[in-house]
Design a protein. Structure first.
Length: 417
């Protein structure tokens, strides 16, 4: 579908921009980094490019998880109006590459040695038919808990190691009159949390089979049903006003101590960082109970479009800056993510960042690094969207039982495949 919509726009784009010689020293970037922590991270990039004389033309489209941004991108590309680059997640990069609208950064990649420094799990999504079409910015992971330390101390809580421990901890918060679980009732947030619940409930092999291989037997199994039971249990600890809440507002509830914990990708740490909070003192980062040793990842990529020749130098400058070691450290320290290269020292990272880097390496070496289905790395966008829809309907009571949720999930994924 994407291919059909986009076909023939390459030429239009070339003509539209060829006349604008003044565009050459400009990077036009579409992204969904609009929260405080995200904007601070983006400023690192803007600053680096400004030093090289490139102006920044911002195209922000708010909405965590990027669904709104991807709708905007589709419209821009269909109109032949290619940005220099767009923030994208995994399978979306491959979709645009298959539609023939991406550029080719292979020469830059060779010069900069990306083949050697970028892990294979990321190259799978940034290289298409042998050509580099995207520059990976970072690696995020979703199976984290973000906990307010003062609230934790007040309720006498300790790190939950199992799902039952987690429930007991949430009960303690409830008894103390604190909102136990901060959640934003948007489908991508609910599904991002469910990724962790499934890994915790079924273990690494199960997560992989169900959410990366889309194995039918796993999707319709009792373990998946149990995962929905566990999700239903967690939702009982959420405050009544959660529908539609943005993810960073849920993080703010934890930062302020209005809530004990948020289950969220480590972009949440960017919000703690922006609020000058320190891990171990103000907040705690633990792996989602029962998922220690595994990492469910996503990576922000800058998908590079096939821009006209007079805009290519800016694109190369962007790509080179993005994968430089110094940027990979400076940006990811602020963003909450970890470097997309394996050769960046962890010196400047806080304790959670150091743990993130070590966990990623261990998971990569041990075969327990899995793509997030909610975050575009488990399956193509149509499947991911079907998944988010079913999880959200379950959380909001339109799907009433775990049995029904499993049936709907299997059907929705089947239809989307
Ligand atoms: C992106 C993060 C971003 C988060 C919330 C995720 O899909 O990978 O970079 O911070 O959405 O906006």
């Amino acid at each position: 579908m994407l291919r059909k919509l986009l076909i023939g726009t390459a030429l239009a784009s070339g003509l539209a921009f060829a006349a604008h010689a003044e565009d050459v020293k400009e990077v036009q970037m579409l992204h969904w980094w609009t929260s405080g922590g995200e904007a601070a991270a983006l400023n690192v990039l803007k600053g680096d490019l400004a030093k090289e004389g490139y102006a920044w033309k911002d195209v922000p489209v708010a909405g965590g998880g990027g669904d709104a941004a991807m709708t905007a991108l589709k419209a821009m590309v269909a109109a032949g109006n290619y940005p220099t680059a767009s923030q994208m997640l995994g399978y979306t990069v491959l979709d645009y590459a298959a539609a023939g609208v991406m550029g080719d950064l292979t020469e830059t990649a060779k010069k900069e040695g990306w083949d050697k420094s970028v892990p294979a799990a990321l190259q799978k999504f940034s290289v298409y038919e042998g050509k580099w079409v995207a520059a990976p910015v970072n690696v995020h992971s979703v199976n984290w808990l973000w906990i307010n330390k003062a609230v934790m101390d007040k309720i006498g809580g300790t790190e939950p190691k199992t799902f039952d421990d987690f429930v007991a901890l949430l009960d303690k918060a409830k008894a103390a009159g604190v909102i136990p679980l901060a959640l934003g009732g948007q489908n991508w947030q609910e599904a991002t949390m469910f990724d962790s619940v499934v890994l915790s409930t079924g273990g690494p092999e199960f997560y992989k089979k169900a959410f990366n291989d889309l194995d039918d037997a796993s999707l319709k199994s009792d373990t998946m049903k149990k995962s929905f039971d566990n999700l239903a249990k967690l939702v009982t600890y959420v405050d009544p006003n959660f529908s539609g809440r943005d993810w960073n507002l849920a993080t703010a509830m934890v930062i302020k101590g209005d809530a004990l914990v948020q289950v969220m990708g480590d972009w949440a740490k960017g919000e703690f960082h922006a609020a000058n909070k320190t891990p171990g003192t103000d907040f705690l980062c633990y792996r989602f109970p029962g998922t220690d040793g595994s990492v469910i990842y996503n990576s922000d990529m800058f998908g590079m479009f096939n821009v006209p020749d007079d805009r290519k130098a800016a694109q190369v400058a962007l790509a080179t800056a993005t994968l430089s070691k110094s940027f990979q450290s400076a940006f990811n320290v602020v963003k909450g993510s970890v470097p997309a290269r394996t050769d960046v020292p962890d010196t400047d990272f806080d304790a959670c960042g150091k743990k993130g880097i070590a966990d990623l390496k261990a998971a990569n070496d041990g075969g327990t690094l899995f793509g997030s289905l909610a975050q575009g790395y488990g399956a193509p966008p149509a499947v991911a969207n079907a998944y988010k829809d079913v999880v959200s309907k379950f959380v909001h009571g339109q799907i009433k039982t775990s049995d029904e949720a499993v049936t709907e999930l299997v059907k929705a994924i089947d239809d989307a495949k």
